[in-house]
Design a binder for this molecule. Structure first.
Ligand SMILES: Cc1ncc(COP(=O)(O)O)c(C=O)c1O
Length: 463
């Protein structure tokens, strides 16, 4: 442990003084980081809390915080949104390169979505899944038409959608007479914070403190087909594989062009379910409705199970688990449910979101905007040796640096820019999909300038 006081911007974090930070921020064994506030009280926070969304420590300034400190929040609160802009409680405007973590794909306060939410709220917000919900059926039809899948379960979050996928894999396994079915999952993956989904997640920091983990997962490196084949050879209990077509939280990792097609072949060969977590990569984010359909893939490899959430209703909580072929009809009455899942309000917002995306051909636009954006970032960062790679798909993009760069989040905030850092050293840029090419150029300019200055100053915690 070593003292790193002063490495946090005191204008932004007047209450916070870093007391001590671990020497190597990427050491997977680091579990806790200690802080002191201005009155000298020490706080110990699990390092995991600082990593997934915002790497650097931020604490609310109120002396008594009645919120559970599950998030290390930035000291800014937004009161209004307008397209790609968020406005804080002092009236300051911020260009949003985060979109509520790939949620507000159509931007903030979209007038059509605001109107249908208000209209639906004035008619009927919630009934129950005990009754018919026509808006739910309409949404399921629409999702099946866009994806080629056959049936939909509607819930309220990504983790809940993935729980459904995990349960489906187990049903599939038991139907085949396998008592202890196993699901192959990837390193650096992120699937959620419930017990089963955090156990599936390939990030030790997400596990720490919550052992014993849920069993039944076998982990392989991401984008490594041979590793999957090796597991298949030795393990007859495998029944499914669950991967993200493009990893988001794990560092914006884009697999090779034949990854999903080959997984499809392996699944067919062994009778496994191919399950795709498209919670971050789907809904147009990667330049096609769902990432498995994107042009980079040699030919679309239809999954048996696909989960989506985040942007499906542009911010109204909703999640969905879609099934096809071998996974169809596995769920029967009593197997699964969700009180709020697919209620009229969420479904109406989702239907409107899909309709706007279709009318404006948003996925296709994202593909070309994304290419241009990556090129701009690459050009502007040319010659900056600390940049390991600019990569991404559509408007899910990352700039990997050769050093931890979580501090850039706060530096960007000071300049009225919202960005995000994942995996400690990857700047993730996930703006609303309606961002214009001019705004993307501004974003690329601002981020490149931040990176260049940061690197010129020697980065953070470079001893
Ligand atoms: C790929 C992926 N899966 C699952 C989740 C969990 O979704 P939620 O936070 O809605 O439960 C996330 C959230 O970031 C995600 O990125």
């Amino acid at each position: 442990m070593q003292t790193c006081a002063g490495s946090v911007n005191q204008n932004i974090y007047p209450m916070l003084d870093i007391h001590a930070l671990p020497e190597n921020l990427d050491d997977p064994d680091i579990v806790y980081v200690i802080f002191k506030n201005s009155s000298g009280a020490a706080y110990t926070l699990p390092f995991a809390f600082l990593d997934d969304y915002f790497r650097w420590p931020m604490m609310a300034s109120s002396a008594k915080n009645t919120l559970m400190p599950t998030y290390a929040r930035l000291p800014v609160s937004f009161v209004k949104g307008e397209g790609v802009w968020l406005i804080d409680d002092t009236g300051r405007r911020y260009l949003d390169g985060v979109a509520g973590i790939s949620v507000c794909n159509l931007g903030h306060a979209h007038p059509q979505i605001a109107a249908v939410i208000a209209d639906q709220a004035s008619q009927l917000v919630h009934t129950s899944n005990l009754y018919q919900i026509p808006l739910q059926s309409a949404l399921a039809d629409q999702l099946c038409q866009l994806s080629g899948m056959d049936q939909v379960f509607l819930g309220i979050s990504g983790a809940e959608a993935n729980e459904a996928a995990i349960k489906l894999a187990r049903l599939h396994g038991h139907a085949k007479g396998i008592e202890n079915p196993l699901i192959i999952v990837a390193e650096q993956s992120f699937h959620g914070r419930t017990m089963a989904t955090l156990s599936a997640t390939g990030n030790r920091k997400v596990h720490v403190g919550f052992e014993p983990l849920v069993g039944g997962f076998v982990r392989v490196p991401f984008d490594d087909l041979e590793a999957i084949r090796r597991v298949a050879e030795v393990n007859p209990d495998v029944v499914a594989i669950l991967v993200e077509p493009v990893q988001g939280e794990g560092g914006v990792n884009v697999p090779g062009a034949d990854y999903l097609t080959s997984i499809r072949q392996i699944c067919d060969q062994h009778g496994w379910l191919m399950m795709l977590d498209e919670i971050q990569s789907g809904m147009g984010r990667c330049g096609s409705w769902f990432a498995f359909q994107r042009a980079g893939e040699t030919s679309p490899a239809m999954p048996d199970v696909m989960t989506i959430a985040k942007a499906l209703a542009n911010g109204v909580p909703i999640g969905a688990c879609l099934v096809a072929s071998a996974a169809t009809d596995l769920m029967q009455p009593g197997h699964h449910g969700s009180t709020f899942g697919g209620n009229p309000l969420a479904c109406r917002a989702a239907l409107e979101t899909l309709s706007i995306m279709e009318a404006d051909d948003i996925p296709a636009q994202v593909a070309s905007k994304g290419q241009q954006f990556r090129q701009q970032l690459t050009d502007k960062l040319q010659g900056c040796d600390a940049v390991v790679e600019v990569r991404g798909a559509g408007l899910l993009n990352g700039i990997e640096l050769d050093r931890p760069c979580g501090e850039l989040v706060t530096r960007a905030l000071e300049r009225g820019l919202l960005i995000n850092v994942v995996a400690g050293n990857v700047i993730r840029l996930i703006p609303p999909l309606i961002i214009t090419t001019e705004q993307l150029t501004d974003l690329a300019d601002a981020v490149a300038q931040l990176v260049i200055e940061f690197v010129a100053e020697g980065g953070v915690n470079q001893e």
